[in-house]
Design a protein around this ligand. Structure first.
Ligand SMILES: O=c1[nH]cnc2c1ncn2[C@@H]1O[C@H](COP(=O)(O)OP(=O)(O)O)[C@@H](O)[C@H]1O
Ligand SMILES: [Ca+2]
Length: 522
C-alpha cells in the first residue's frame, strides 16, 4: 500500500471504508512496516462524515426533485361538423396545466352517420348517434377522473345553416344531444353553435399551440380550415390592427404576447355547399341534363332538384318549372371547371383597401399557413401535399386527374368512398380557385401553405383551441419557470458537493504525510 497519497473513498454499499490507491512508487519494506499517518482516528472520522454528508446531500437533491409519478387530467370536445361529428379526448399532466405544448390528443372517435344537422326531422337520432363514441370515451378516461372531465359540444356551419333555416328544429337537435351528453359520467359543460369567428380563431390557436409558437413568442402560422359548409382563414398580418374591419379582428394576450388576429369564416363556401353553389350556377335554366367539367369523363348521376336546392345557401335560386331531376354527365376538364367555380365568387365590389371576395376585407397575406380538414383530405388523395410542388405542377396534375375516365378512377381506388371519389376533381379545383382567386395566393406565396392533418399527434382543427380557452389553460402572462431543469439541478449539486469534498481534502494538506524517499527510477 502507498503512504504518499491520501486514501480515496470508494463507495461500498455496506461499509464506507478508506481504500488506498495503487501507488506510483512501490513502497519499501520499512515503509510498509511504518504506521500509516493517515490512519489517525480524527482523519478517518472526518473523512467518513464528509462522505456521508455528500452522499446524503446528493440523495436528498435527487429524491426531492425527482419527477412525481405522472397524473393526468382529461377534457373531451365533440366537433359537430356539417358532414359528421367527431369526439376528441385530450390529456395533460395534472400538476402543470399552465405549460404550453403539454395538452395532447389521446384518442378520437368518429361518430357513425351524418352530422347532427342532418337529423332535423328525427332529432332523437342525433342524440343516439353519439352514444357509441361516448361509450368509447369512458374506456379512454380513467374512471376516477370521469366526474371531473369537462365535456363540450361545439357545432359549426351545418347547425348554423339549420338554425337559419329552421331554428325550432335546431333547438330540438340540441335538446336531444344535450340529453345524451348529460347522461354521461363526464362533467357536461354545454352544447352550442360556434360563431364563424370563434371557429377560425380557435383553429389558429390550435395550430400555434401545438407548434409551440405561442409560448416562445415566435412568428405565428396562419390557419386555413375547409369544412363541408364553411371555410375559415385566420392569420396575423403586421398591417392589420383591426381598425379597418372590426368584425374580422380577434385580439388575444397569450403568454405575455399580444396578437391581433385577422379571421373570416365564409358560410356556404365549405366544399359541399360550394358544390351546390356551382351546380346551382349550372342549373339556373332548370335543364334535364348538364355536362359537368368538374366530374370525371364517363361519370353520370341523377340529381334531385329539391335535394340540391334544399339549403339556405342556394334555396332562393331554385329554378321555377324545373323537372324533378337532372342528369349530371362528367366531361372532366380542369380549365372549364375552374371557370364555372369562379362564378360562385363575387369580385366586383370592395369598400376596403383590399378584399378577398364577396366584398370581404382581407389584409395582405402573411405566411406561413397550415391548411387542414378537407384541404388535407383532398390534397392528400391527389398526392399534392408535398410543399415542394409548384402551383403550376399542382394545376397540371389536377388537369390530368380531372381528365381521367371515371371507370379508370374507380378501378384504381376500389376502397375509396364513391361520393368522395367522384368529387375530388371538383374539390381540388375548388381548393385551387379559393386559394388563388379567392384569397389571392400567388405562384410565389402558394409554397407558404403546408397541408396538414396532425401536429405532434393531435388533429389540426378548432377543438383543442376551444378547450384550451374554456379551461383557461393558456395564461395571458408568461408563467414563471424554474431556472433549471431537474437534471441540471441534480448535476450542479453533485459537482458542487464533489468540489467541496476535494477542497476539504486539500485543506487537510498540513496533515498529509511527506514521502521519505525520492522516487526510484527503474
Ligand atoms: O376522406 C375524406 N375525403 C374527402 N373529404 C373528406 C374526407 N373526410 C372528410 N371529408 C370532408 O371534410 C369536410 C369536413 O367538414 P365538416 O363536417 O367539418 O363541416 P363544417 O366544418 O363546415 O361544419 C366535409 O366536406 C367532408 O366531406
Ligand atoms: Ca369542421
Amino acid at each position: 500500500m502507498c503512504p504518499h497519497l491520501p486514501p480515496l473513498f470508494f463507495f461500498n454499499p455496506t461499509l464506507l471504508l478508506p481504500v488506498w490507491p495503487v501507488c506510483f512508487f512501490p513502497p519499501t519494506l520499512s515503509e510498509m512496516k511504518e504506521k500509516n499517518p493517515w490512519h489517525t482516528p480524527v482523519t478517518i472520522i472526518i473523512s467518513v462524515i464528509g462522505v456521508i454528508a455528500i452522499v446524503a446531500l446528493v440523495t436528498v437533491a435527487v429524491l426531492q426533485n425527482r419527477p412525481l409519478p405522472k397524473k393526468y387530467k382529461y377534457g373531451i370536445v365533440l366537433d359537430a361538423g356539417s358532414s359528421h361529428t367527431a369526439l376528441y379526448i385530450y390529456e395533460w399532466p395534472a400538476e402543470k396545466d399552465n405549460n404550453t405544448g403539454r395538452v395532447q390528443q389521446k384518442h378520437s372517435c368518429k361518430v357513425k352517420g351524418p352530422g347532427i344537422s342532418s337529423y332535423a326531422s328525427a332529432p332523437l337520432k342525433a342524440g343516439e348517434s353519439l352514444r357509441e363514441c361516448m361509450q368509447e370515451a369512458k374506456q379512454w378516461v380513467p374512471e376516477k377522473r370521469h366526474h371531473e372531465t369537462p365535456l363540450y359540444l361545439g357545432a359549426t356551419a351545418g347547425m348554423r345553416l339549420l338554425n337559419m333555416e329552421n331554428s325550432a328544429a335546431s333547438e330540438k337537435v340540441f335538446g336531444a344531444v344535450e340529453e345524451t351528453l348529460q347522461k354521461s359520467p363526464f362533467s357536461f359543460q354545454g352544447a352550442r353553435i360556434l360563431s364563424g369567428q370563434e371557429e377560425g380563431a380557435f383553429g389558429w390557436v390550435t395550430v400555434n399551440y401545438l407548434d409551440d409558437r405561442l409560448k416562445q413568442g415566435l412568428e405565428t402560422t396562419g390557419a386555413l380550415d375547409l369544412g363541408g359548409a364553411s371555410t375559415q382563414i385566420s392569420f396575423v398580418s403586421d398591417q392589420f390592427d383591426g381598425s379597418e374591419s372590426l368584425n374580422n379582428s380577434v385580439t388575444f394576450r397569450l403568454y405575455g404576447n399580444d396578437y391581433n388576429l385577422y379571421t373570416h369564416s365564409f358560410l356556404c363556401y365549405g366544399k359541399d355547399q360550394a358544390l351546390r353553389l356551382t351546380l346551382a350556377h349550372q342549373t339556373q335554366s332548370g335543364p334535364e341534363s348538364i355536362l359537368d367539367p368538374c366530374f370525371n369523363t364517363g361519370y353520370t348521376s341523377t340529381r334531385n332538384y329539391s335535394v340540391l336546392y334544399d339549403s339556405p345557401c342556394v334555396s332562393d335560386r331554385k329554378p321555377q318549372n324545373a323537372p324533378q331531376t337532372f342528369t349530371q354527365q362528367g366531361v372532366g376538364n380542369f380549365q372549364e371547371c375552374q371557370e364555372v367555380v369562379k362564378k360562385i365568387f363575387n369580385f366586383t365590389h370592395c369598400k376596403y383597401t383590399r378584399c378577398s371576395f364577396n366584398g370581404v376585407f382581407q389584409p395582405l397575406l402573411q405566411g406561413p399557413f397550415g391548411a387542414f380538414s378537407a384541404y388535407y383530405f383532398v390534397m392528400n388523395f391527389l398526392n399534392l401535399t408535398d410543399t415542394s410542388i409548384s402551383l403550376d405542377t399542382v394545376k397540371a396534375k389536377l388537369e390530368r386527374y380531372c381528365a381521367t375516365p371515371w371507370s379508370q378512377v374507380t378501378q384504381q381506388h376500389p376502397d375509396t368512398k364513391v361520393k368522395y371519389l367522384a368529387e375530388y376533381c371538383f374539390s381540388g379545383t375548388y381548393i385551387l380557385t379559393l386559394l388563388t382567386n379567392g384569397y389571392n395566393f400567388t405562384s410565389e406565396t402558394y409554397s407558404d401553405i403546408k397541408f396538414i392533418k396532425k401536429i405532434k399527434g393531435s388533429d389540426a382543427g378548432w377543438t383543442l383551441g376551444y378547450m384550451l380557452n374554456l379551461t383557461n389553460m393558456i395564461p395571458a402572462e408568461a408563467p414563471d419557470t424554474p431556472p433549471l431543469p431537474h437534471a441540471g439541478y441534480v448535476s450542479i449539486v453533485t459537482v458542487m458537493a464533489l468540489l467541496l469534498f476535494i477542497l476539504f481534502i486539500i485543506s487537510l494538506r498540513p496533515l498529509w504525510p511527506r514521502c521519505s524517499k525520492q522516487p526510484q527510477i527503474i
